[in-house]
Design a protein. Structure first.
Length: 264
């Protein structure tokens, strides 16, 4: 009887241990994943904050950012560099990649909107309240993007629609690689004034916003993002995009000067 009892106790312990071992096996840590994320420099600050939020839930996901101009990023993708997600304000760059079959078309999403503004140093004596005043003799130099950059494409559209592009072009201090060249030129007094996106203007405490471009002077400025065809982690990339388009993420985007838009 005693031996039987001991056997039953031992058997029960073995069964319990097996169940415990099985439950531990089912709770193995999630596999570590690195997402390669290509984006314009104007998204740097907001994306870094959003990453901190995201990793509170997805602690196994690391995001490796590459920030550069639209054309430079597009060329790197065309040359086969491995990125999982592409976020850009230049519709032209994304459309060209899509036509070449380098994007998972079904994943393309509108993310946030923004505005174009005039920026000057915080201590600037120049008083300007309208884009049309850029033709004034008071303003000698204007930092602006070339058409290699999304910001440059919108700048040309605005100035052309206002009928002042040729006059303003002669004063240009060109940014050709990335948008931050514009704010740096104004901060260092290489240019009297700059034309850039609102979130980029808000990222510097050395600058102030002088004027906002009329909405009628340009098409809506909308950031788009998508998973790339050669993504090594398409499932995780799609999950990250779902987070970035969530209401929780939108509240953070708004803090940095972006605006929410209707779903595409």
């Amino acid at each position: 009887m005693i031996n039987t009892s001991r056997f039953l106790i031992l058997f029960s312990c073995v069964v319990a241990f097996c169940f415990w071992l099985g439950s531990c096996t089912n709770q193995l840590p999630a596999k570590a994943v690195s997402i390669n994320f290509a984006a314009g420099p104007q998204y740097r600050d907001v994306l870094i904050e959003l990453e901190r939020q995201y990793r509170q839930e997805k602690f196994n996901v690391t995001i490796n950012y590459t920030f550069s101009g639209a054309t430079a990023l597009k060329e790197r993708i065309e040359q086969g560099e491995s990125f999982d997600i592409f976020l850009i304000t230049s519709k032209l760059a994304l459309n060209e990649l899509d036509k070449k079959g380098l994007v998972l078309s079904e994943t393309i999403k509108d993310l946030v909107g923004t505005q174009m503004v005039l920026i000057v140093p915080v201590d600037s004596p120049i008083a300007i309240a309208d884009f049309k005043e850029l033709t004034s003799d008071r303003i000698k130099t204007i930092a602006m993007g070339t058409e290699r950059l999304g910001v440059g494409q919108y700048t040309k559209e605005i100035l052309t629609n206002l009928g002042i592009f040729k006059q303003v072009q002669s004063k240009a201090v060109w940014a050709n690689v990335e948008i931050r060249e514009i704010s740096k030129a104004v901060e260092s007094n290489q240019a009297d004034i700059g034309i850039t996106y609102l979130p980029e203007a808000k990222s510097s405490n050395k600058l102030k916003i002088a004027a906002i471009a009329p909405a009628s002077s340009h098409k809506p400025i909308i950031a788009k993002l998508a998973v790339l065809k050669n993504s090594q982690h398409p499932v995780e990339a799609k999950a990250l995009i779902e987070f970035l388009t969530s209401a929780k993420a939108m509240s953070i985007f708004e803090k940095y000067g972006f605006t929410t838009i209707s779903p595409s």
